[in-house]
Design a protein around this ligand. Structure first.
Ligand code: NAD
Length: 431
C-alpha cells in the first residue's frame, strides 16, 4: 500500500508553539470560572468529562490509485439540553485533544446562547487544499460512514468549520440519507439552501461578530463608523465579518490569510478585495495596499482586532505587543490563558469566542428547526432572530461579568456553568 504524505503546503500555523494544547486552555478557562462560582465538585466534574470521544480510520482511494489512511475524530462533549452540535474540521493538525476542546467550547457556547443543543465537534487530519474534489468527496463519505451511528438529528449534528464548506455538508447529508434510506436534511447544518440549508447561514458567524463588535463598542461609547478593525483569517468567518463590518461603516484596515496579509490604514475596499481574491486566489497584490505578515497584523494599532483563523494566535509572546483596544474572537480559542491575563492587565477587553462567534451555531439551530418542521423562513426573519439572540447573550454575559467583577470570558463561563448545572440537576443522575 502506498502512503501519501499529508504535510501541509497551504495551511501552516502562525501560532507560537506547535505542541500547544487547546484542551489545557479550555480546562484553565473552566478553572478560572470555577474559582469564582465555587460549584459543587460533583457538578463541575461532569463538565470536565466529555460524554464520548471516538477515533476512526478513514481509508481513501486517492486519484493515483493508492490508498491513504486518514484519522478522523468525533467528540460529543455534552448533551444535557439537546443533541450535540459542532462542526467538522479538515486540517493537518487536528488531534483528539483539539477536537475535544472545540466540543467543550461548543457546549458552553450553546448554553450561553440558550439553544436546545449540547456541544460536539469532529475533524479529519488532512490538508483539504492538497486533495482533489474527488478525494475530498470520498474522504467525507467514508468519514461519515465511520461515524454514521453517532450522528443524526436527535443525536449529534455536524456543521462546517475550518477547511469544510456547504459543499462538504451536502456530501454529509447525502451519505447519511443514502445509508438511512430516506432524506434526512436535519442531520447536518450549513448545507446549500436548495438542500434544506437556511438563508443567512453562510454569513451568520460573520454577522454575529459584527453584532459583537457593535455591542462592545457601544459599551465604550463608540459607534461602528468610528471603529477601525484588523482581521486575521479571510475564510468564511473573516471575510463575511469584513464584508458586513465594512458595510455597517467600520474601517477594515488590514486582513490576512495563510498566505499573508495586506494593510491600508485608510480602510480597505472590501467588496473590491473580495473580487480581487476571487480572480487571483490571493489577497496579495491588492491595489493600494501594503503587504504585511500575519504577526504584524496582530500587532497593528487599531480599535478592534478580530482573529478569525486558528487557535493560540495571541499568546504570551505577543500579547504584550498588541496595540488593539478590543479583541473580538472570531476563531475558536485564538487567545491562550496566559495571553488573556496579559491583555487584562493592559486593559484590553476581550469578547470571548464562546459569545462572539456564536452566530454560526445560532443560525445552525434555526436551520435544524426549519429542517425538522419542513418550513423555511425568509432571510429577514433569520437575521432578526439572530440579532435578538446575540444581543441577549451579550447582555447576559456582560451582567454576569459585572456581578462577579471578572472579565467577559470568565463571565461567559459562569453563565454557561450555571445553566448546565441547573439543567443537569433537574434531569437528575442516572446510574
Ligand atoms: P475557513 O477554512 O473558511 O477559513 C480559514 C481562514 O484562515 C482562511 O482564510 C485561511 O487562509 C486562514 N488561515 C489558515 N491558517 C492560517 C494561518 N496560519 N494564519 C493566518 N490565517 C490562516 O474557516 P472558517 O470557517 O472561517 O473558520 C475560522 C475559525 O473560525 C476557526 O477557528 C473556526 O473554528 C471558527 N469558527 C467557524 C465558524 C463557522 O461557522 N465557519 C463558526 C464559529 C467559529
Amino acid at each position: 500500500m502506498t502512503v501519501k504524505s499529508t504535510t501541509s503546503k497551504h495551511l501552516g500555523r502562525v501560532g507560537p508553539i506547535d505542541h500547544h494544547n487547546p484542551l489545557q486552555d479550555m480546562h484553565a478557562q473552566l478553572t478560572k470560572a470555577e474559582r469564582i462560582l465555587k460549584p459543587d465538585r460533583n457538578d463541575i466534574e461532569a463538565l470536565r468529562h466529555p460524554k464520548r470521544q471516538v477515533i476512526v480510520s478513514v481509508p481513501v482511494r486517492m486519484d493515483d490509485g493508492s490508498l491513504h489512511y486518514f484519522t478522523g475524530y468525533r467528540v460529543l462533549y455534552d448533551n444535557t439540553r439537546g443533541p450535540g452540535k459542532g462542526g467538522i474540521r479538515y486540517h493537518p493538525d487536528v488531534t483528539l485533544d483539539e477536537v475535544t476542546a472545540l466540543a467543550g467550547w461548543m457546549s458552553w457556547k450553546c448554553a450561553i446562547l440558550d439553544l436546545a443543543f449540547g456541544g460536539a465537534k469532529g475533524g479529519v487530519a488532512c490538508d483539504p487544499s492538497s486533495l482533489s474534489e474527488g478525494e475530498l468527496e470520498r474522504l467525507t463519505r467514508r468519514y461519515v460512514a465511520e461515524i454514521f451511528e453517532l450522528i443524526g438529528p436527535t443525536i449529534d449534528i455536524p456543521a462546517p468549520d475550518l477547511g469544510t464548506s456547504p459543499r462538504v455538508m451536502a456530501w454529509v447529508m447525502d451519505t447519511f440519507s443514502m445509508k438511512k434510506g430516506y432524506v434526512e436534511p436535519g442531520v447536518v447544518t450549513g448545507k446549500p439552501i436548495i438542500l434544506g440549508g437556511s438563508k443567512g447561514r453562510e454569513e451568520a458567524t460573520g454577522r454575529g461578530l459584527m453584532y459583537a463588535v457593535r455591542d462592545v463598542q457601544r459599551t465604550r461609547g463608540r459607534t461602528l463608523d468610528q471603529t477601525t478593525v484588523a482581521i486575521q483569517g479571510f475564510g468564511n468567518v473573516g471575510s463575511n465579518a469584513a464584508r458586513l463590518l465594512h458595510r455597517a461603516g467600520a474601517r477594515v484596515i488590514a486582513v490576512s490569510d495563510v498566505g499573508g496579509g495586506i494593510l491600508d490604514p485608510n480602510g480597505l475596499d472590501i467588496p473590491l478585495l473580495l473580487t480581487h481574491r476571487e480572480e487571483h486566489h490571493s489577497l496579495v497584490g491588492f491595489k493600494g495596499a501594503t503587504s504585511i505578515d500575519n504577526a504584524t497584523l496582530l500587532e497593528l494599532p487599531c480599535e478592534v482586532l478580530l482573529p478569525a483563523a486558528l487557535e493560540a494566535q495571541i499568546h504570551e509572546g505577543n500579547a504584550g505587543r498588541l496595540r488593539a483596544q478590543v479583541v473580538v474572537e472570531g476563531a475558536n480559542g485564538p487567545t491562550t490563558p496566559d495571553a488573556d491575563d496579559i491583555l487584562k492587565q493592559r486593559g484590553i477587553v476581550v469578547v470571548p469566542d464562546i459569545l462572539a462567534n456564536a452566530g454560526g451555531v445560532v443560525v445552525s439551530y434555526f436551520e435544524w428547526v426549519q429542517d425538522r418542521y419542513g418550513f423555511f423562513w425568509p432571510e429577514s426573519d433569520v437575521i432578526a432572530r439572530l440579532e435578538e439572540k446575540m444581543n441577549a447573550a451579550f447582555a447576559s454575559v456582560w451582567d454576569e461579568a459585572a456581578l462577579h467583577s471578572v472579565d467577559l470570558r470568565t463571565g461567559a463561563y459562569i453563565l454557561a456553568i450555571k445553566r448546565l448545572i441547573e439543567a443537569r440537576r433537574l434531569r437528575g443522575f442516572y446510574a
